[in-house]
Design a protein around this ligand. Structure first.
Ligand SMILES: [Zn+2]
Length: 323
């Protein structure tokens, strides 16, 4: 193996970050109708000593702000100052969505279904294309930070690629309360990365447009755990979320609204429940009829929908059973 005395140079958006340097660089994407250039800011911390290059990205869905806050907080606290290797930190990947409080780009397309994208494609496809072209060949692995879509609140959890041992290993090191394998979705960043043989762990916590302190704290701790295990930092400097063992879920199920009406959950996210437990109720607004959602197996509640008025068939709880 090639032995280097110092780490490699990182190049993004025509800018160079030499070993021992740290700076903001920008990936130019497109212009707004007003002519304002839209770019993706990337913070690169390149240590002097050689080591792996880790990509930490958030805001692939523009309204999933817990991940954005995880990266912001680590920037503020200087937690990307590593001793070996390099960190590429992207607080907001989908800048368009962030501006519009939206998961998607303004034409309604989901960037996380638009990879690998194309140079002359739609806005989401272009963003995906330029991002991959600038970033992927330089990294060894990635952490992709998300939250629950709509008003679904995810209990802090990691998802790894089924059959990818390195992705599973990253999830277990991350140390979120629960972890489970999930299939590669067509057009997702994780699939594009898998094709390029770069392992990715996806962290999901909290809900869109709402800060959740636990979601943020577990995220910060998880990234530090991974940096530590990769030998990038001597020890994680936030030990507060490292005590809990990760539960590996072997079966999961979405529980849906049995009828339309008002939804009242009766359990909390992360609760352990036995089979047959009353999890929540859906009632009509006239107090005539109430239906109860019961636990189909013993397990953990890993997502609760915080929408008060629901339609029949809406996803209300996500449950997992662990080994
Ligand atoms: Zn997302």
């Amino acid at each position: 193996m090639f032995e280097r005395n110092e780490n490699k140079t990182i190049q993004v958006g025509g800018q160079t970050v030499a070993p021992g340097e740290s700076k903001w660089v920008h990936i130019a994407i497109d212009r707004l109708p007003t002519g304002t250039l839209i770019d993706i800011p990337v913070f690169v911390y390149n240590a002097k000593k050689p080591g792996p290059t880790l990509l930490v990205q958030a805001g692939l869905h523009g309204d999933e702000i817990n991940g954005i806050e995880v990266v912001r907080r680590m920037l503020q606290n200087g937690q990307f100052k590593i001793k070996n290797g390099a960190i590429m930190a992207v607080p907001i990947l989908n800048v368009f969505g962030f501006l519009h409080f939206s998961r998607d780009v303004p034409d309604g397309k989901d960037v996380n279904r638009s990879f690998p994208g194309s140079k002359s494609g739609s806005m989401a496809g272009r963003l995906a294309y330029h991002y991959l072209a600038e970033v992927m060949h330089q990294i060894d692995m990635a952490i992709d930070l998300h939250t629950g879509g709509a008003q679904r609140h995810n209990y802090p959890q990691t998802r790894y690629t089924a059959g990818d041992a390195r992705s599973k290993e990253l999830a277990m090191i991350f140390g979120a309360p629960v972890a489970f394998p999930s299939k590669l979705i067509k057009g997702s960043f994780r699939k594009a990365a898998f094709t390029l043989n770069k392992p990715v762990v996806v962290y999901e916590a909290g809900e869109s447009m709402r800060f959740n302190e636990d979601a943020i704290a577990f995220g910060v701790a998880g990234i530090q755990n991974i940096c530590h295990s990769l030998g990038m930092v001597p020890k994680p400097n936030d030990m507060s979320k490292r005590e809990m063992p990760t539960r590996l879920l072997n079966r999961r199920k979405w529980l849906r609204a049995p009828t339309a009406g008002m939804f009242i959950p009766l359990v909390n996210n992360g609760d352990t429940v036995e089979k047959g437990r009353d999890l929540g109720q859906v009632s009509d607004p006239y107090a005539k009829k109430t239906k109860t959602i019961k636990s189909p197996f013993p397990g953990t509640i890993i997502c609760i929908n915080h929408q008060a008025v629901v339609n029949q068939g809406d996803a209300l709880f996500h449950m997992g059973e662990w080994t």
